[in-house]
Design a protein around this ligand. Structure first.
Ligand code: FAD
Ligand code: SF4
Length: 520
C-alpha cells in the first residue's frame, strides 16, 4: 500500500510537514486518542477536552476533503492505549509501504517514535516540524560555542532573519530591539472591565468529548464547565482577529499587571491554539506587525507581543531540544520541599495565590506574570522541589506541553537549571505584587511588613531566600544592590525573619499534598 501518516494531538495543522505530499487516493492518516497521553500526568480536564475535541474536528475536516482517516477513539475496545500500539495495529491492518511522521514536541514521544519502525515493520520517515520559525538545528548552530544562551540575542537574530519589525536598512523599527521599559505599568485604578476573548460554546462533537472526559478523568484537578476554547482553525482565526482588533493595542501597557477576577486582561489567550497547531506562529507575528503598519496598535504592544512568540516561544523550544534529556534533572538550588496542599485546592489566605490558583483551576489559564511572579516566585522562595513543581505546571494549564512548559518552569521560574534561561532568579518580595496587582487590598497579610504579626510570607521568604543563597548570588552584579539592602537590615529583624520563615515552612510541610488528584 500507500503511506501511513500518523498525526499527533498537537499537530493539527493542514500544512504539517508529513501531510505535504499526502495522496488521498492511496494514503491513510492515523489519529488515536490514547490513554498513555491522557494520563502521563493527570491533565486538567479542560486540556484533555481541548486536545481530543480539536483532534476529532481535524479528522472530520480531512475526511470532508476525501482523505482516508483511521481514527481511534479513547473508548474503542481495541485501543491499545499507546501511540506505538496504534501504529502497530494500523500497520498490521493496512500494510503500508512506509510511515511518514512529523517530529514530536516532546522528548518522551520522540523516544516512543524511535520504536515505530519495529512496530510497523516498514521504514519510518520522520520530518522536521516546519511550523517552528527556527529549526532545531538553527538553534543548535546559534548556541554553538556561546557561553550564555540568552533569549534577547537569539531574538535579535530571529528579527533579522524574518525581517519582522525591521527597517529596510536592517535596524529595529523604533530604534530599539526591546520596548519592555514601556510595558510594566501597574493596573490603572478602578479598571475592572476588560474586553473578553471570544467564546466558542461546545458543539455536538465537543460535548461528546466532555462526557467522555467527565467519565474517565473526572477526578483530575480542574473544572470543565464553561469550556469555550477554539477547537478548529477557523475558530482560532476568529480568536486571533478579535485579539488584534480589541486587545493588542493595549497588550503592552498592562502586560505585567494583575487585577482581581480579571484573568485575561489584554492577553491573547492564544497559546492553546498555537501549541496544538490551529494557528501558525509566523503568521500570527506578521498579522500583529501589519496592525502596527496600519496604525491600529502601538509599537510597544506589537514588539512586546512578537517578542513573546518569535523570541520566547522559539527560544524555549530550541533550548529544550538542545538540553534534553538532562535538563529536567538539575536542581541547582537544592530545593526539596513537597507541594503544599493549596496548590491543589487554591485555599490559602495569601490572596494573590488564591486568585492565581483559583482561576487556574476554573480556566486552565493564568497569564505570564501570575505563573512567574505569583506562583513560580512562591515556589522558588519556599524551595519547592522542581520535579513536583514542573509536574504541577504540566497538569494545570491547557497550553502545557513539555517543550514550552519545562524551560519556563524549571529554568525561568525556579532557577533549577542554575541560570541557563535567567541571568538572575525571578525572586521578588511582596512589594512587586503590591505594585503590579490589586491582590494585596483585602489580604490578611501586610505587604509592607517584613516580619512580625501579619508580615507577608513573600517578604519573610524573600529575605531568607537571599540569605540562604548568598554564596551563589551575592557576587552577581545585578543583585549587588539587593544584598546591600539585606545587609543594612537590623540584625534582630533578620533573626526574626529567619525564625518566622522556618515556622511558616514547617506549616507548609505539615500540610503537604504532593501528588496530583486523579494521578496513578
Ligand atoms: P500572551 O501573554 O498574550 O503572549 C502571546 C503568546 O506568546 C502566547 O500565546 C505564547 O504562545 C507566547 N509566549 C508568551 N510568553 C511565552 C514564554 N515565556 N514562553 C513561550 N511562549 C510564550 N506557555 C505555554 O504555552 N505553555 C506552558 O506550559 C507554559 N508554562 C509556563 C510556566 C511558567 C512558570 C511560566 C512563567 C510561563 C509559562 N508559559 C507557558 C509562558 C506563558 O506564560 C504563556 O505562554 C502565556 O501565559 C499564554 O497566554 P497568552 O496566550 O494569553 O499569552
Ligand atoms: Fe500576596 Fe502578600 Fe499581597 Fe497577600 S499581602 S496578596 S500574600 S503579596
Amino acid at each position: 500500500g500507500g503511506v501511513l501518516r500518523p498525526v499527533l494531538g498537537d499537530q493539527l495543522t493542514r500544512g504539517l510537514a508529513s501531510l505535504r505530499d499526502l495522496d488521498a487516493a492511496r494514503d491513510t492518516v492515523l489519529m488515536a486518542e490514547v490513554m498513555a497521553e491522557c494520563t502521563y500526568v493527570p491533565h486538567h480536564p479542560r486540556k484533555i477536552v481541548l486536545v481530543l475535541a480539536a483532534m476529532r474536528q481535524f479528522a472530520a475536516a480531512l475526511a470532508a476533503e476525501g482523505v482516508r482517516v483511521r481514527y481511534v477513539t479513547l473508548d474503542d475496545p481495541d485501543n491499545t492505549g499507546t501511540l506505538t500500539g496504534e501504529v502497530s495495529r494500523a500497520a498490521a491492518a493496512l500494510a503500508p509501504a512506509r510511515v511518514v511522521a512529523t517530529e514530536p514536541g516532546e522528548w518522551r514521544v520522540q523516544e516512543a517514535m524511535q520504536g515505530w519502525g519495529e512496530a510497523a515493520g516498514c521504514p519510518v520517515d520522520i520530518r522536521a516540524d516546519t511550523r517552528f520559525i527556527a529549526a532545531r538545528d538553527d538553534f543548535a548552530r546559534w548556541a554553538h560555542g556561546r557561553k550564555t544562551l540568552r533569549m534577547e540575542l537569539f531574538y535579535r537574530q530571529m528579527r533579522r532573519r524574518t525581517g519582522l519589525l525591521m527597517t529596510a536598512d536592517g535596524a529595529p523599527e523604533g530604534g530599539r530591539w526591546n520596548l519592555d521599559a514601556e510595558n510594566r505599568k501597574p493596573p490603572p485604578p478602578g479598571a475592572r472591565a476588560f474586553p473578553l476573548p471570544p467564546s466558542f460554546p461546545p458543539d455536538e462533537t465537543t460535548r461528546a468529548v466532555m462526557d467522555l472526559v467527565a467519565a474517565r478523568f473526572g477526578t483530575h484537578f480542574g473544572d470543565m464547565a464553561g469550556f469555550d476554547l477554539p477547537v478548529t482553525a477557523a475558530q482560532a482565526e476568529t480568536a486571533l482577529e478579535r485579539f488584534i482588533a480589541a486587545r493588542l493595542p493595549r497588550f503592552g501597557d498592562l502586560q505585567d499587571a494583575m487585577v482581581d477576577d480579571a484573568p485575561y486582561l489584554f492577553h491573547a489567550v492564544l497559546s492553546p491554539a498555537l501549541n496544538i497547531g490551529l494557528l501558525d506562529p509566523l503568521d500570527v507575528c506578521r498579522r500583529a506587525e501589519a496592525a502596527w503598519h496600519a496604525g491600529a496598535a502601538p509599537l510597544n504592544a506589537v514588539e512586546g507581543f512578537i517578542r513573546q512568540i518569535l523570541g520566547w516561544r522559539e527560544y524555549v523550544r530550541g533550548l529544550y531540544w538542545h538540553k534534553m534529556p538532562g535538563y529536567r534533572d538539575t536542581n541547582a538550588l537544592d530545593a526539596r520541599r513537597p507541594l503544599p496542599a493549596f496548590f491543589w485546592t487554591g485555599e490559602t489566605p495569601m490572596r494573590c495565590l488564591a486568585q492565581a490558583i483559583g482561576q487556574t483551576r476554573r480556566l486552565a489559564y493564568a497569564h505570564h506574570i501570575q505563573r512567574l511572579m505569583v506562583i513560580g516566585n512562591f515556589a522558588l522562595l519556599a524551595g519547592l522541589d522542581p520535579t513536583a513543581v514542573n509536574a504541577w505546571y504540566m497538569v494545570v494549564y491547557a497550553d502545557a506541553f513539555e517543550w514550552v512548559e519545562l524551560p519556563n518552569t524549571h529554568g525561568m521560574a525556579l532557577f533549577a537549571d542554575g541560570g541557563v534561561v535567567a541571568s538572575k532568579p525571578y525572586a521578588a518580595s511582596a512589594k512587586y505584587i503590591q505594585r503590579m496587582s490589586t491582590y494585596c487590598d483585602g489580604c490578611r497579610y501586610d505587604p509592607g511588613r517584613r516580619s512580625g504579626p501579619g508580615a507577608c510570607p513573600y517578604n519573610v521568604l524573600y529575605w531568607t531566600f537571599l540569605e540562604r543563597h548568598r554564596d551563589r548570588f551575592a557576587r552577581n552584579p545585578r543583585m549587588a544592590m539587593i544584598y546591600r539592602t539585606l545587609d543594612r537590615l537590623d540584625p534582630a529583624e533578620r533573626v526574626a525573619m529567619a525564625e518566622q520563615a522556618a515556622a511558616f515552612l514547617d506549616g507548609l510541610d505539615r500540610d503537604a499534598w504532593p501528588a496530583a488528584p486523579g494521578g496513578q
